[in-house]
Design a binder for this molecule. Sequence first.
Ligand code: ZN
Length: 469
Amino acid sequence: MEQGGEQSSPAVLRSSHRPARAWLAGLARIGAALGVLAGLALGLGARRVDQAHGPASIDVVLVVIDTLRARNVSLYGYERRTTPNLEALARDGVTWDAAITPGTWTVPAHGAIFTGLMPSFHGAERVKGETLLTTPLNPEVRTLAEILGEHGWQTGAFIGNTTYVTSLLGFDRGFERFSVNEYRVSAKEIVEDGLAWFAAAKTPAFLFVNIVDPHEPYAPPPPFNERFPGRSADIHGEPREILGRSAARTPAALEHFRALYDGDVAFADWGLGELLAGLRRLGRYRDTLIVVTSDHGEHFGENDIVGHGKGGFEPLLHVPLVVKYPADREAGARVARRVSTIGIFGTILAEVGILPPAGVAGTPLDVPHPVVLEDINAEGQRFIVAYQGDRKILWRIDPTRGDPARQDMRVYDLVDDPAEAKPLPPASAPGLERHLRAFAARPRPINSAPAPVIDAERERALRRLGYVE
Ligand SMILES: [Zn+2]
């Protein structure tokens, strides 16, 4: 990703033209050295930038449906009608068909959405070699809520995944209201609370909602628990316990958990529908910038993985992404090009007319950008994945095994081998390997913030969510 750009401190720009182009024009004007992006800016031509006006007064609603894999979303062709409300939103906005998360689990992925930075740059990552310890966001990076708040937005966050999207890890930064209650709050309460706050907040307001229902344990409330067939009365236990053993990963077990997961997805989508209906009732739907995505997907035994937070394969990395612009601009458009959800940060700032902070490229989604994922697994291995065309490269770096340059690097052709079962040698994609190595070699900022202590209550919550095996 382009994160080393040198820019002046946050400035405000305003244009009557498309905001992403205003962003590019601003970038060109201040002479930012961003290589390919500066070239793109020139390609699109200069746009009028009027610094006399402040940022546009636009309400912003950002929804993360935690643990929602794109392949179980009917907007993307899944055979079960899991997401009718997301489909309705997509008719008024832009659907990104190939959106990739920059991190494989809640903490690094939310950090990236909140800061426009990759996990090793924003600092909220697993501590190497630890299952549960996570460092918070680097105090020196700035969050979307902080930036919008400084420019006059009222800011509120309503959190379902209260175990990891927490103030302990810095995710409350910039939010005037940061609502976390029990260890897991359902879509119904989250949306009710979020809407009540939004109704009382004047424009411009920034509402962030995390809906966690598709996360383990899969337990949709009625009637969503019976929405889809396949549940079995004979299967007891959590998916990681059962699907994690290949002998127990029977077709009946897979159908059982798929029915429950899809029920949870449909319930989360119902919550989204309630939120959108609430915005309409308030007369604040049409002119609001609404972004819906997920922090990561989920594995049901594909690539011999269950759950999330490990591996670098598509069931985990491919997430839904819909952006509804104010005035329903570009309603119904679909974009096939692969994008990183890290671009949500730059898209929101571009739309409201605020330049991203120093050191953050803040590339909006509609400007072509590198798509990369990185993570640290519980064994202390760093994973990096990069994409180019139909191919991806996955590099697993084990710090205990000597020279990382010679370690496990695999290429997958996503058209010829959609199951990612037939790895090719890195020599089959030399450009991709160079891209990967260049990303890995970039210097990372040092995160001085210590990892918070895991107390007994937090550990119990992590067990319930399946993070402790
Ligand atoms: Zn998550």
